[in-house]
Design a binder for this molecule. Sequence first.
Ligand SMILES: NC(=O)c1ccc[n+]([C@@H]2O[C@H](COP(=O)([O-])OP(=O)(O)OC[C@H]3O[C@@H](n4cnc5c(N)ncnc54)[C@H](OP(=O)(O)O)[C@@H]3O)[C@@H](O)[C@H]2O)c1
Length: 338
Amino acid sequence: MNKTRVGIINVTGYVGMELARYLQQHPHVELVSVTGRSAAGKRLGDVFPHLAGLDLTIQTELGDVELAFSAMPHKESAAVVAPLVERGLKVIDLSADFRLKDAGQYPAWYGFAHPQPPLLADAVYGLPELHRRQIAATSLLANPGCFPTGAILALAPLVKAGLISDDIIVDSKTGVSGAGRGLTLGSHYAEANEDTTAYALEGHRHLPEIVQELTALGGEPRVTFVPHLVPMARGILTTCYATPKETTGREGLRQLYRDFYKNEPFVRVVTAPPHTKHTWGSNLCLVYPTVDARTDRLVIISCLDNLGKGAAGQAVQNMNLMLGLLETAGLEAPAVYP
Ligand SMILES: NC(=O)c1ccc[n+]([C@@H]2O[C@H](COP(=O)([O-])OP(=O)(O)OC[C@H]3O[C@@H](n4cnc5c(N)ncnc54)[C@H](OP(=O)(O)O)[C@@H]3O)[C@@H](O)[C@H]2O)c1
């Protein structure tokens, strides 16, 4: 079987770099082209020694590929993705530029007017657990954000079944790589180590994405989303709180989740609160649903690697679907623990 030729735009960021790691071990695709502004002309293995097994030089322009991943920052990504789509390439965009269906949301949440509103209608939101059939048929895939992946997977079974009232709280803790590789004051070791803080309380950019997908499942969810930065390299732990419309037993709740995710290769309903370390380097999302019996409140915890199921792993899962490959190809390796 001929391997499909794929490329990464912006291999020099954390997401592009992690994509290269997954693609190196993929049995049915070959990574043949990688781009990167600051490291153009350098060997990939010189920039990232753990990727020295890939015989590639970082270029300024994408080479001859059949499928491209864009790991560009938002706004910049739309500019490079649109011409590739016009050329007929399959494209997976890991930025937020094609995730929101309503172009009118981009100025408020991302600070730019969307340059290609018609493409938003063509783009498929790449959460396989909700949109597998549409993903397999699309040429333009909007890979979900890291926080939204954890929040939506935690809440989807309840929202779809119409079992909770509209008020939902999503409390997330993320590691520092979620902010990317660029230097910012908040990601300096002396600032982030042994520190924890909430941020973006006035409204995080991932909020409209969470609301868009939950609304499509039913109801009119009113979501309070509060992210926190915690001192670890990778991982997102999300705790969701919701009020059931009727008293729900713990076992019935768990059965609902087990049924919803029973055929999903990368979502595991677990029987104890999960740790971010249980997902490091993998495409897993672990979900733990329970009930606070004193208040009747539902508490749903999800956990994933922001660079795995939250970005590059999920992009490879989507690529497998778009190319008609086994969905789990290249993603079977277990998490790294501890
Ligand atoms: N980090 C995560 O957990 C995560 C999860 C899901 C999705 N994402 C999304 O994935 C994309 C990449 O994220 P990341 O975390 O990998 O970011 P990052 O580590 O900060 O890397 C961003 C890359 O973009 C390049 N870059 C910055 N400004 C540019 C510009 N104006 N034009 C061209 N290149 C530019 C930088 O490369 P040079 O310095 O070489 O130019 C760098 O390689 C973003 O859209 C992000 O929102 C991130």
